[in-house]
Design a protein around this ligand. Structure first.
Ligand code: B1M
Length: 211
């Protein structure tokens, strides 16, 4: 692998956003393709962080700074990616359900999915079912991600699923759910397409759902 790609991956893992931006520009100047810089530099680094997070080797602050470096690097790369015709792997809507204001986990999941090349539409917190549906329609999303952190708000997930599954876009949209009180058996009970216990697993699951 090219030295500069290695450096991008390593600095991204350390959360050095400014250095990552400089290295992405250097890689472009050296003539590396934007797709290669994305896959073998930025995404490679983010995948390592995702694995370490899953294994409890790094924690939320490290993931957040790495994700910020990933976002800055991607911003630098975006014009070149668009020019080279590298397409996003799909669009997903993400939000925390109605009555629930917790957003740290949701933001982490969002960043990890962005790290996988998925275009994310963040509808925020305290999101009613109708807003998830409207955003999915408006942005032509094929994945809706619902986060819930309270036992009192996890019941708001089913109305989102019921509304989407009974809508005109039911056939093309998959639903992924997660958050501290959510389990696989709850996922099956409410009819979601997938449950992920953490942000790294959510990113893997999203890629499978979008495939
Ligand atoms: Co709140 N809170 N909180 N809180 N809060 C909890 C969740 C709680 C467990 C604390 C406790 O009592 N031990 C408890 C819930 C109890 C229960 O329901 N059984 C609780 C409570 C009760 C409350 C209030 C009701 C307190 C009150 O006012 N009396 C209130 C509710 C407000 C509301 O939402 N309406 C409240 C408020 C708050 C703050 C505003 C102060 C703050 C939120 C700030 C913010 O988010 N911007 C807050 C916080 C910070 C917490 C704790 C301490 C931390 C949550 C967190 O961010 N964790 C939490 C206790 C705890 O978890 N230790 C607690 C880190 C984050 C990375 O993890 O969100 O689990 P998490 O996300 C993980 C996974 O769950 C998963 O991936 C993430 C990364 O691995 N995941 C997904 C999450 N979403 C996913 C979606 C997916 C897939 C995976 O697919 C779509």
């Amino acid at each position: 692998m090219s030295e500069v790609l290695n450096e991008i991956s390593e600095n991204l893992q350390r959360g050095k956003a400014k250095v990552v931006v400089e290295l992405v520009q250097k890689a472009l100047d050296e003539g590396l393709s934007p797709g290669t810089i994305l896959e073998e530099g930025l995404l490679a680094g983010m995948n390592i962080i995702g694995g370490k997070f899953k294994a409890n080797e790094v924690f939320v602050p490290e993931v957040l700074v790495a994700a910020r470096a990933m976002n800055k690097g991607t911003e630098t790369l975006k014009p070149a990616l668009a020019a080279a015709g590298v397409k996003a792997k799909g669009t997903a809507v993400i939000g925390t359900v109605k009555g629930d204001l917790h957003d740290i986990g949701k933001n982490l999941v969002k960043m990890m999915l962005e790290g996988k090349g998925i275009e994310m539409v963040d509808v925020g917190v305290d999101v009613p079912a109708e807003k998830f549906l409207e955003a999915a329609r408006e942005h032509n999303a094929t994945l809706v991600c619902c986060s819930a952190l309270l036992t009192t708000t996890m019941g708001e997930i089913k109305p989102v699923i019921d509304l989407i599954k009974s809508s005109d876009i039911a056939d093309k949209v998959k639903i992924m759910i997660g958050g501290a009180p959510i389990t696989q058996s709850f996922c099956e009970q409410v009819g979601a397409d997938s449950y992920a216990p953490d942000a790294a697993s959510a990113a893997e699951s999203a890629i499978q759902l979008l495939a």
